[in-house]
Design a protein around this ligand. Structure first.
Ligand SMILES: *[C@@H]1O[C@H](CO)[C@@H](O)[C@H](O)[C@H]1NC(C)=O
Ligand SMILES: *[C@@H]1O[C@H](CO)[C@@H](O)[C@H](O)[C@H]1NC(C)=O
Ligand SMILES: *[C@@H]1O[C@H](CO)[C@@H](O)[C@H](O)[C@H]1NC(C)=O
Ligand SMILES: *[C@@H]1O[C@H](CO)[C@@H](O)[C@H](O)[C@H]1NC(C)=O
Ligand SMILES: *[C@@H]1O[C@H](CO)[C@@H](O)[C@H](O)[C@H]1NC(C)=O
Ligand SMILES: *[C@@H]1O[C@H](CO)[C@@H](O)[C@H](O)[C@H]1NC(C)=O
Ligand SMILES: *[C@@H]1O[C@H](CO)[C@@H](O)[C@H](O)[C@H]1NC(C)=O
Ligand SMILES: *[C@@H]1O[C@H](CO)[C@@H](O)[C@H](O)[C@H]1NC(C)=O
Ligand SMILES: *[C@@H]1O[C@H](CO)[C@@H](O)[C@H](O)[C@H]1NC(C)=O
Ligand SMILES: *[C@@H]1O[C@H](CO)[C@@H](O)[C@H](O)[C@H]1NC(C)=O
Length: 433
């Protein structure tokens, strides 16, 4: 009974059967029969192509008959020849479907592609293999193709460190393409899986991408039209203060006594929680008030210095600073004096912003730098200037010497009375400011 069972089940010859029996016992498998494996349902885009992934199996005794000259046929809706043959791999007819068997039939791969899909492709497909004596229609399993109007879709989403756009890889020739609008600087990594076309933009989201909209487009080149679909995503990135800056109204160069407003601005998401001000003067930091602006009704020289504004939100801080340049008319210092040896040397120090100029007037007339009236100048600081004049004895009988200082904001002057006693003694002078 066991032998008869094998005989009928396998269709083996009696002699081979023994070997088979041993093989079956050894491997724990038994004889092959006809079977086919193909997807039950396939969705095809009208105007594109459709791939039927297909593998089949034959009864073992036909193994020898399956050669490279094998023919594959497809029937539609019925498993019979009459009017239902839609594809013949070696004898195509004009009314047959345009396509090809891309799998190798002798390797039992019946993968087939039909091109130029239209609604007439909708239906149930049965495969038939023919090779010599081998002629078999697989009626048990069939594939149903459903033709859809072209309606491509793609979707974008942000995950971890990349922006991903994915779309179905519906069959089309050439294959569909995914393209991104905006920022080609970002490296693109693309992959296509069986069912999905994926395009990733990998980057670390920074404030530069805040409110930037990325659009991805999938394009299918179909028979007589190009179908595209788009999806967009706008990134909302949170970031610590950026572009913090201090501006000064009316200007960072202000005249003493005028009103000044410092304005701090910064770009942050979420918005800046608080702005804090500090002043740096002669290496000392001094905390000032908080707030978006800092106002001085009457700016004074004591307000000189560098002002820092620190903007803060929950993600961090950023600071910016500005130098307040307070301008004022020159002032001649009380340390200005004359000294007399065999010549008379007078020096005059003035302080002003912008840096003042100094001039000497002898008896009301401007003195020029010469061997008799030698003038030397020395910068004391960005605002201070010292000028010294060396007068020859012959000139000291002139009773008045004037030091005149000016800048764009005003002037100051000082009068020296060159009233000399005959002995070597310091000259007397009098202020006349
Ligand atoms: C039918 O196809 C399915 C899926 O491809 C496969 O799992 C199954 O074995 C096939 N059935 C037959 C009888 O070939
Ligand atoms: C069948 O052939 C197709 C087309 O050449 C190929 O993509 C597929 O991997 C093959 N399948 C198997 C199981 O070899
Ligand atoms: C699809 O059809 C068009 C005309 O309708 C033809 O030009 C084209 O070659 C066909 N494509 C394929 C792959 O057969
Ligand atoms: C982008 O990220 C994906 C997923 O993390 C990774 O598989 C891919 O290799 C990355 N590509 C590039 C160009 O870094
Ligand atoms: C589709 O797009 C391709 C590539 O851009 C172009 O060559 C082709 O002419 C387009 N076809 C149609 C029908 O617009
Ligand atoms: C900062 O300023 C630069 C130049 O003005 C600008 O391109 C950039 O977008 C700004 N950054 C932010 C976060 O606003
Ligand atoms: C600014 O706001 C943050 C958050 O509320 C707080 O921690 C910080 O102390 C504030 N800074 C000042 C100087 O008020
Ligand atoms: C400003 O920022 C710099 C760099 O982050 C830091 O070194 C400096 O101490 C900050 N200055 C103030 C006044 O907060
Ligand atoms: C005056 O002239 C001398 C020599 O010619 C020169 O060294 C000096 O710098 C001049 N003083 C001024 C204020 O120009
Ligand atoms: C200073 O006064 C002189 C003469 O009045 C003038 O020529 C010069 O331009 C003034 N300098 C400045 C900086 O105003």
């Amino acid at each position: 009974y066991v032998l008869i069972f094998f005989l009928t089940f396998c269709g083996c010859t009696f002699l081979r059967m023994f070997n088979m029996f041993l093989l079956c016992v050894l491997l724990g498998v038994c004889c092959r029969d006809f079977s086919i494996s193909l997807p039950q349902k396939i969705e095809a885009l009208s105007g594109s192509c459709v791939i039927i992934k297909c593998t089949f199996e034959i009864r073992e005794i036909f193994d020898k008959g399956l050669t490279e000259r094998a023919t594959g046929l497809w029937f539609k809706d019925r498993d019979k020849m009459n009017g239902h043959l839609v594809f013949h791999s070696t004898d195509p007819k004009p009314d047959h479907f345009n396509g090809e068997i891309t799998g190798k039939l002798h390797e039992k791969n019946c993968t087939t592609v039909f091109y130029n899909v239209s609604s007439k492709h909708t239906g149930k497909y049965y495969f038939r293999i023919e090779s010599g004596d081998l002629k078999y229609v697989y009626t048990v399993n069939a594939s149903t193709i459903n033709t859809l109007p072209p309606n491509p879709q793609c979707s974008c989403m942000w995950s971890r460190r990349s922006l991903r756009c994915s779309a179905e890889t519906l069959c089309s020739s050439p294959p569909p393409t995914l393209t991104w609008s905006s920022t080609p600087r970002i490296p693109l990594s693309e992959s296509s899986r069986l069912e999905e076309l994926i395009s990733d933009l990998n980057f670390t989201a920074t404030h530069r991408q805040h409110r930037v909209t990325f659009t991805c487009t999938i394009t299918y080149q179909l028979q007589d039209e190009n179908k595209t679909a788009q999806d967009s995503i706008t990134l909302h990135v949170q970031y610590s203060p950026k572009n913090t800056s201090v501006s000064v109204l009316p200007s960072s160069s202000v005249l003493e006594g005028s009103s000044v407003t410092l304005i701090c601005s910064s770009d942050a998401n979420p918005a800046v929680l608080n702005y804090t001000w500090s002043r740096e003067s002669e290496g000392q930091m001094e905390q000032l008030e908080t707030g978006h602006t800092l106002t001085f009704d009457r700016i004074d020289l004591k307000h000189r210095g560098s002002y820092h504004c620190t903007a803060q939100n929950q993600h961090g801080t950023q600071n910016s600073s500005v130098m307040l340049d307070i301008q004022y008319a020159p002032q001649i210092s009380t340390s200005s004096s004359c000294a007399r040896t065999d010549v008379t040397v007078c020096s005059c120090e003035a302080d002003g912003n912008p840096s003042p100029e100094l001039e000497w007037h002898l008896s009301g007339r401007p003195v020029t730098n010469s061997s008799n009236t030698f003038i030397s100048e020395e910068r004391l600081s960005s605002t201070g200037l010292k000028s010294s004049i060396t007068l020859h004895q012959s000139l000291t009988h002139t009773s008045t010497l004037q030091c005149v200082s000016n800048n764009t904001h005003g002037n100051d002057e000082q009068l020296f009375h060159l009233v000399f006693i005959t002995h070597k003694a310091p000259c007397k002078f009098k202020f006349n400011s």
